[in-house]
Structure formats: structure tokens, C-alpha cells
Design a protein around this ligand. Structure first.
Ligand code: T1G
Length: 697
């Protein structure tokens, strides 16, 4: 084997063995395609082309994966040569076979690099995909032109618009790779050897006429798939741009298709939606970082879990842990409650199996990890205990005191409370340093967000353990401070500050919800209230000594929303959509008459402002109080916990696009009009608006 010739000393190495060169991408930690790495590939190809001993190239990635795509830290800066499409064209034009050996992530530009190769093999660990749509982009280095030629336009448009990766086996089924092998480099060498022996000059996807003809024959299937994938777009620009680019691969020649792809990419990358989605990407990464911990702090180990309470939340939490491989002790106070909880868990898994998303064997394996107990003493062996009992401070304090007495000396005591004071809960134990909030969102086995509540005495190793466990559950943990409602629910309360006034002034629940849907939320506030149950927010209001005349009246009538068939809407059997409830409108009219308010039609834009501005204002207060570590954490919480459209970047990022001065003025006007303190602009908002700033980060 010849000595390694480093094509570029640090990011690409080229070695050669028996005529086959190994070109290794080596830009830790994920081989992102930085300018240096792109230049290194071009240099390595030139070096290989000049070496007559080299008959083929195998491309691989150093470390845990092939290549994570374009270096997203370079976005927003002037693009520098060599541009990625040109690098991939150079791979494709190499006169001898190039085989990509893919392990781990090959994402975005990383998969596009592999599509420039003449063949691809994958390891079972491979994770191949084009996630650009999640960054508000389209694949910008030939993915929309080469992938349809490789796997057909229908399969290609689904993969591109979903942004989701596929593993080695699925990639083999789709035709992205021709083989899956544990030793993926050896398999690639063998394939290269076969291609050399065939004596046939390699043909790249861009010039493969037969593949283009086959792709064009798949147009009808493509149009059907395109219509289907666009249904979920809800205001996002990138999905439609992806569809248009794949359609170009059928209608235009390769060069024209590439030109159109580049133009669309450059337009999107400069747009607000992509900036918002890139903000959300980095904010999600930053959210797991905890400021102010000792440098040597390490997470307390968690190998086993106990969940107290087998209700909706407790059952979902138990499933989340079982899904991640943890043994779970599920404890209830009665055999009947335990059986009901275990029955619900079985039903939830059964519906996943029915949808073909899990095998019966996997279902059995996960259920076997959950052991039901009636004796609280069963917590003795658990490293982490999560209480998910009734949302009442007295109940929780009593339970925590019992757990404190029965749990092992190093056990972590976590509370799933959604808004109660975790300091007060911790004070009910002799180990407040071991108490932390882990606020799961329902359904706890599905929702990605986990608010990790840092109480005054929570120890660093306990806090780190809660975050680490959250990530092992596949969740997005965000550290928050103690206040009523923490971050997410406190901002949800602020969103509702003006809801009843909107009804009294003339809007209907359906108009308010439609405006919020138009802003990009999957569900409007009234539909959400009816779904969650009006009694839940009623109890929270009473705990705060607050009232909401219309909602309180509905609750006093026992109208708690969907579960009782009436709330802000009427729910009739057989009717898919909720129906207007004339009694709600009559009540709003009566209040207007009593208050001397002239009702009017309220524009959707005004409705959105009156929901959104109080949320941003509450976010500013949360930052002032140190309840959230950074504005991006608030954005992550609302994107992943409450459906804030990611292509708007979350409430604090969206505020920057609206303009803080405009928000301040809107709130000030509402404050003066209503006299209600909750609309008074926060000091931080006033200060940033005066400086012309934004909530950066
Ligand atoms: N560019 C720059 N840095 C990246 C990066 C990237 N593409 N991907 C990850 N990092 C950083 C990340 O910020 C973190 O930094 C560290 O690497 C480890 O990441 C032309 C235009 C690859 C599955 O969207 O999905 O190609 O915090 O903690 O959990 O068409 O990172 O350590 O300082 O996430 O093992 C498309 C995004 C780009 C892939 C690894 N590619 N990355 O997950 O590690 S657009 C993506 C991921 C594009 C082309 C278009 C994940 C991962 P730090 P990590 P991980």
C-alpha cells in the first residue's frame, strides 16, 4: 500500500491499494462540506486522475459518518468556490469508476456527493436523506435532478419533501444503493473491482439516458405523490419548490434543471423562512446546553426508572422509557387503576402495530419492559423516579415525602408537574438537591419536547441526568426555571389573554382559529382548549385567582369541550368538523351590550397580533427573570411543544421579522385601551425596541 498522499493535509486523504484509491473525507465532527473539504475533494480527484496506477476510487467518511452535507455555518456568507455542484460534477466526470461507501449520516450535500459517484453501497448504520426542506431549502447540489433519475420521481419527491432519512435496508429497496454490507469499504472495493473488470466506462446519473427515460415514464405517479406531499405544507415555501425542481428533472435537460435548482436554492437561502429554520436548527442544538454548571459536572447514572401513576401521562411516560430500552416499574394505588393503565399502554402499542410502524414482537418486547406494581416500596431499586399523579400540590408533596423515604440514596426524584412550584415540591423531601422537574407533553410517548425544570437546589449531576435521559428518550430537553407554567404554559396563558375580548368584540371561535391556522399553527386556540378540556385551564385559572367570563360560564354548565360534546364549539356525532355554538355567541353579544362595546368584524391580521404579541411580551419577561436561558430556548419550546410553525422560527425569532418597535406599540395601545397590566410592554422589549434590536440567539 502506498504512503497516504494528503490531497489537502487536514480534510481529505487519498491512499491507494492494488489500484483502487480510498478517498476519505475527514472534517470532524460530521465531515460537513466546508470550503476546505470541497477544495480537498477536487484536489484529490486531480491527484487520482494523474496517477495511472489508480483504476477506481472508493469514497468514504472518517469518523461516525459519511458526510453531513453543506457546512451550514457557511450559510448567509458569500458562497466560495469550488461550489458543491461543481465538485459533484467533477466526481461524476472522473473517467474511472467512483464508488461511495456510506456509513452513518450521508445527508443533504453528503448524499448528493454520493449521487455523483457511479455507484453506492451502504452499511446497515447508514442514514441517507435530503433534509434541506427542514432548513427551508431544496437540495442545491443536484439532488433534485439525480435522485429522480436513480429511484424514480415519485419516490424521489417523497424523500425530498419529507426530509426524513432512510437506513441501509430501505435505501437498497429504493435503489439508492446496490448493496448493504457491514464492511462497507470492502464491499465498495469489490464493486469497484467488478466495474474495472467490466471494461465499461462509468456513466453518471446526469448523462444516463435510459434512467431519464424511465423517470419520465413515472410522471403520473410523480404528480400523484407531489399532490399528496404538499398537503402538509401549511405556508412553508420549500416543499413546493422541491416539487417544482423534481418536475424540472422530467421536463428540462440536466443542465437546465441544475440551473433552475440553483436559482431556487439561492432564492430560498436568502429568504426569511430558511433563516428561521436554520435558527431553529441551531437553537435546538443549543437548548441542551446548560449555562453555569461546574466544568467537571457529570450526569448521575440512570439505568432503571419508576413511574408513579398509570394515567394518561404516566402511561405515556412509561412507554417513552420502554421505547428507549429502560426497564420501567409502573406503580399505581389500586389494581383497577393499574390494569386500566396497562390496558391503555397495550392499546397504544396495538394501534402502532396496526399502522405497520411496529411489529408484534417489538410491541411485546416493549411491554415486557414495563412491570406493574401496587407497592410504592418498589421504587427502592430505581435510579430515576418520575411522579405523574394528580396535578395538586398537596397530593404531590405527600407522595414526594413518601418517595424520599422509600427511594434509594442516589435516586433522582422527578416531578412531571406542568406548572406547580418545583421548589415547594422539593422542600417536601430531605433531598431537594435530587429533585428536578421533567415536564413531558401529552402524548408523552410521542411529543418531542421535555421541559427540564431546574429548581433552586437541583444538583448539577441531577440536572445533567434529566437532560441526558431526555435525549436518550429521543426528546428535545430544554432547561427552564421555576415559575407558574415554566416557559411553555406560561406563554400559552399569555396567548389567551385577549381571547375572550376578541369574542366579545365580534370574532367567532372559528374566525380566531382560522386566523391562527393561517399563521401556520395546526390548531387554533379554541379548538386546542376544547381538545385539552376547559376544566384543565379552569382549574389553573382558579389557582391563580383569575377569571374568564365565557370559559368559566361554559365550565359551570359542565361544558368542558370535546369530552363533553360542547365547549366553545359543539361536537355532533358523525360531524367531522366542530360546529358553531350559538350560546357562546349569544353570551359574547350580551357581554358586549353590557360593556357598551360595538361589535365588528375583526381582520385576521389583528387577531394574530393580539395572540402573538402577548406571547412575545411574556417571553421577554421570562428572559428578564432568567426562567429561560436564551431566546432560542423559548422558540424551541414553542416549535416542538405547541406547533409554532418552524418556518417562522418560534415567537422570539418571529419578533425580529415583525419588528420589536411595532410589537411594543401594539401592546402599548392595547394596554392603554384596556388598562390590563398583562399588555404593558416588558422592560426588555422596551429596551430592545428603543435600540432597534431583536431577541438574538
Ligand atoms: N454543517 C455544520 N455543522 C454541522 C452540520 C452541518 N451540516 N451538521 C451537524 N453539525 C454540527 C452540529 O451543529 C454540532 O456542532 C456537531 O456538528 C455535532 O452535531 C447543498 C445545502 C449529522 C445527524 O441538515 O442532522 O447540505 O454543537 O450534535 O447528534 O443540498 O448533526 O458540536 O458545535 O447533531 O451525531 C443538510 C444536519 C445541510 C444535517 C449528526 N444537512 N446535521 O447528529 O451530532 S444543507 C443537514 C444533523 C445541504 C445541499 C444542502 C446531525 C447529524 P457542536 P450533532 P449527532
Amino acid at each position: 500500500m502506498t504512503e497516504p498522499h494528503s490531497a489537502s493535509p487536514d480534510v481529505v486523504t487519498l491512499t491507494q491499494e492494488n489500484g483502487i484509491a480510498l478517498l476519505t473525507l475527514n472534517n470532524p465532527p460530521v465531515n460537513a462540506l466546508s470550503t476546505a473539504l470541497r477544495a480537498g475533494i477536487v484536489a484529490a480527484l486531480a491527484e487520482a486522475a494523474a496517477d495511472p496506477a489508480i483504476e477506481a476510487i472508493v469514497m468514504t467518511g472518517a469518523g461516525r459518518g459519511f458526510c453531513a452535507g453543506a457546512d451550514i455555518t457557511e450559510f448567509g456568507k458569500p458562497p466560495r468556490e469550488p461550489f458543491l455542484p461543481d465538485v459533484i460534477a467533477a466526481i461524476e466526470a472522473f473517467p474511472k469508476p467512483v464508488v461511495a461507501a456510506i456509513h452513518g449520516p450521508a445527508l443533504g450535500g453528503g448524499l448528493e456527493v454520493a449521487l455523483g459517484a457511479h455507484a453506492r453501497v451502504a452499511a446497515p448504520s447508514a442514514k441517507m436523506g435530503l433534509p434541506e426542506v427542514k432548513l427551508g431549502l431544496i437540495p442545491g447540489a443536484g439532488g433534485t435532478q439525480r435522485l429522480p433519475r436513480l429511484i424514480g420521481p415519485a419516490a424521489a419527491v417523497k424523500l425530498i419533501v419529507s426530509g426524513e432519512p432512510v437506513g441501509g435496508a430501505e435505501a437498497l429497496k429504493l435503489g439508492i444503493v446496490t448493496e448493504v454490507a457491514e464492511d462497507v469499504v470492502a464491499a465498495a472495493r469489490a464493486l469497484a473491482r467488478q466495474m474495472i473488470a467490466s471494461g465499461v466506462a462509468p456513466v453518471g446519473l446526469s448523462s444516463d439516458a435510459a434512467r431519464l427515460e424511465a423517470a419520465r415514464a413515472g410522471r403520473d405517479a410523480f404528480e400523484a405523490a407531489a399532490a399528496e406531499v404538499l398537503k402538509g405544507a401549511r405556508g412553508a415555501e420549500a416543499p413546493a419548490a422541491c416539487v417544482a425542481a423534481v418536475r424540472n428533472s422530467l421536463d428540462l435537460d440536466f443542465e437546465a434543471g441544475m440551473k433552475a435548482e440553483r436559482a431556487a436554492f439561492l432564492s430560498l437561502v436568502a429568504g426569511d423562512q430558511s433563516k428561521a429554520l436554520r435558527h431553529a436548527f441551531f437553537a435546538e442544538k443549543a437548548a441542551a446546553k446548560i449555562d453555569g454548571l461546574p466544568a467537571d459536572a457529570v450526569a448521575r447514572p440512570v439505568r432503571s426508572v419508576a413511574v408513579i401513576g398509570a394515567g394518561t401521562m404516566g402511561g405515556g411516560i412509561a412507554m417513552a422509557f420502554a421505547n428507549a430500552g429502560y426497564p420501567v416499574t409502573l406503580i399505581e394505588t389500586s389494581a383497577e387503576a393499574l390494569a386500566r393503565g396497562q390496558g391503555n399502554i397495550d392499546k397504544n402499542y396495538a394501534s402502532t402495530v396496526a399502522r405497520g410502524r411496529m411489529s408484534e414482537a417489538e410491541k411485546a418486547e416493549r411491554i415486557a419492559r414495563i412491570t406493574g406494581w401496587l407497592d410504592l416500596g418498589a421504587v427502592a431499586s430505581a435510579d430515576l423516579i418520575v411522579e405523574a399523579v394528580f396535578e395538586d400540590m398537596g397530593v404531590k408533596k405527600t407522595l414526594m415525602a413518601d418517595l424520599d423515604r422509600l427511594a434509594g440514596p442516589d435516586a433522582i426524584l422527578a416531578t412531571n408537574t406542568s406548572y406547580l412550584d418545583v421548589n415547594e415540591i422539593a422542600a417536601a423531601t430531605s433531598r431537594p438537591e435530587a429533585v428536578v422537574g421533567m415536564h413531558f407533553f401529552s402524548p408523552a410517548n410521542i411529543m418531542k419536547l421535555l421541559e427540564v425544570v431546574r429548581a433552586e437546589k437541583t444538583a448539577p449531576d441531577v440536572l445533567l441526568a434529566a437532560v441526558e435521559v431526555g435525549r436518550k428518550l429521543g426528546k428535545i430537553p430544554v432547561v427552564v426555571g421555576v415559575c407558574n407554567g415554566f416557559v411553555g404554559n406560561r406563554i400559552l396563558r399569555a396567548q389567551r389573554n385577549d381571547l375572550e375580548a376578541l369574542l366579545v368584540e365580534g370574532a367567532s371561535p372559528a374566525e380566531v382559529d382560522a386566523a391562527w391556522n393561517g399563521f401556520g399553527f395546526p390548531m387554533g386556540p379554541f379548538a386546542m382548549l376544547d381538545l385539552a378540556g376547559l376544566d384543565i385551564s379552569w382549574r389553573a385559572r382558579k389557582a391563580l385567582g383569575q377569571t374568564a367570563e365565557i370559559a368559566d360560564h361554559l365550565c359551570e354548565q359542565g361544558r368542558f369541550g370535546q369530552k363533553t360534546g360542547r365547549g366553545f364549539y359543539r361536537y355532533e356525532p358523525g360531524e367531522r368538523k366542530p360546529l358553531a355554538d350559538s350560546e357562546v355567541e349569544d353570551l359574547a353579544k350580551a357581554i358586549a351590550a353590557r360593556e357598551g362595546i360595538t361589535r365588528r368584524s375583526i381582520p385576521a391580521a389583528e387577531i394574530v397580533e393580539r395572540l402573538l404579541y402577548p406571547m412575545i411580551n411574556e417571553g421577554a419577561r421570562i428572559l428578564e427573570e432568567g426562567i429561560a436561558q436564551r431566546p432560542g430556548d423559548i422558540d424551541v419550546i414553542w416549535i416542538f411543544g405547541y406547533g409554532f410553525p418552524a418556518w417562522r422560527g418560534g415567537p422570539m425569532h418571529a419578533a425580529g421579522n415583525i419588528g420589536l418597535a411595532r410589537i411594543r406599540d401594539g401592546l402599548q395601545a392595547r394596554f392603554e385601551q384596556s388598562g390590563r397590566a398583562e399588555f404593558k410592554p416588558a422592560a426588555l422589549l422596551e429596551r430592545l425596541a428603543a435600540d432597534g434590536g431583536s431577541f438574538a440567539g
